[in-house]
Design a protein around this ligand. Structure first.
Ligand SMILES: C[S@@+](CC[C@H](N)C(=O)[O-])C[C@H]1O[C@@H](n2cnc3c(N)ncnc32)[C@H](O)[C@@H]1O
Length: 279
């Protein structure tokens, strides 16, 4: 154990110390994550081994890479899906993507979308397919760039690879799978016309400055891990970097706090679509 932590024995109740130890051991900054969330997930992992002492579990986590993987899985940190919450994508198509494309085509400017917390890439690839599909329908071809970011370098490696097994592609409508994927050994490769729209990069939403001049941000199922202070911090950054039509799409189970309500107006409450208020 690192000298910093020597003499500081962790307890489940002292979640702040626990989070610092976890950062040291698994290299992910959990400081902005909700204490309850972290405590419940650790407790569940301890139960699977019948371990009662948190320090015993932390030692196991440090030495056993398989448990590190399972712990990250238990945090659900990288869980994603193509067209996750399919009802949301229908609304996004009608209320966001169409207007976004028409607005930008009219002004002859490029469309810039940010998929923040993109995990294994299913979200930015879903956005790209949707945009290309609607452009075909409207018979327009604007320049489109999707910036897909995540704090987790390993998740980004998989995202960049653009290969998904049969189970992972099961939520992609068949006509899109046929059009935008190439069958390969054990799964499917994303085709280059979709892949080339997306630029993947490492980025920490809490500690890094925001990207600049984006027209729409998807940040779905990321806020659930952040405490209120950090949610508001990230919302302010989004507010700062969004330009017209300035949509923000959160996860289906996420809400804006009242502070967020002063920066964004609701466009669709069920699909969690918001638009930047001009202040
Ligand atoms: C549950 S996944 C959501 C993936 C996708 N947006 C979706 O809804 O399917 C949450 C992602 O947020 C990323 N994440 C967590 N904290 C982050 C931070 N501070 N900055 C950037 N990404 C972060 C995780 O690494 C993970 O890949």
């Amino acid at each position: 154990m690192n000298a910093y932590f020597r003499g500081n024995r962790a307890t489940l109740a002292n979640t702040e110390l626990l989070k610092r130890i976890l950062q040291h051991k698994i290299g992910i900054d959990l400081s902005g994550y909700k204490n309850d969330f972290i405590r419940r997930r650790i407790h569940a992992r301890m139960l699977t081994y019948g371990i009662r002492d948190i320090n015993q579990y932390l030692n196991l986590l440090e030495k056993n890479s398989e448990e590190k993987r399972k712990f990250l899985e238990a945090l659900d940190i990288n869980v994603s899906q193509f067209f996750r919450d399919s009802f949301v994508w229908k609304i996004v198509r009608e209320k966001v993507v169409r207007e976004l494309i028409e607005h930008m085509v009219k002004r002859k400017v490029s469309i810039k979308i940010w998929s923040a917390g993109c995990a294994h890439g299913q979200e930015p690839y879903s956005i790209a397919m949707l945009i290309v599909d609607v452009c075909k329908e409207l018979n327009v071809s604007p320049s489109v760039k999707i910036y897909a970011t995540d704090i987790d370098g390993d998740a980004l490696k998989k995202a960049k690879l653009g290969f998904y097994n049969h189970q992972e592609v099961k939520d992609i409508p068949y006509f899109l799978l046929k059009e935008y994927f190439q069958p390969g050994d054990g799964g499917y490769w994303v085709k280059d016309n979709i892949r080339n729209i997306i630029s993947f990069r490492k980025h920490d939403l809490i500690n890094d400055p925001p990207l600049l001049f984006v027209n729409t941000i998807f940040c779905r199922n990321v806020f659930i891990y952040f405490d209120r202070k950090n949610q508001n911090k990230v919302l302010s950054k989004f507010h700062q970097c969004l330009y017209r039509p300035a949509y923000l799409i959160l996860g289906a189970s996420e809400n804006l706090w009242s502070e967020g309500g002063s920066m964004f107006e609701v466009i669709d409450n069920r699909a969690k679509i918001y638009r930047k208020k001009q202040v």
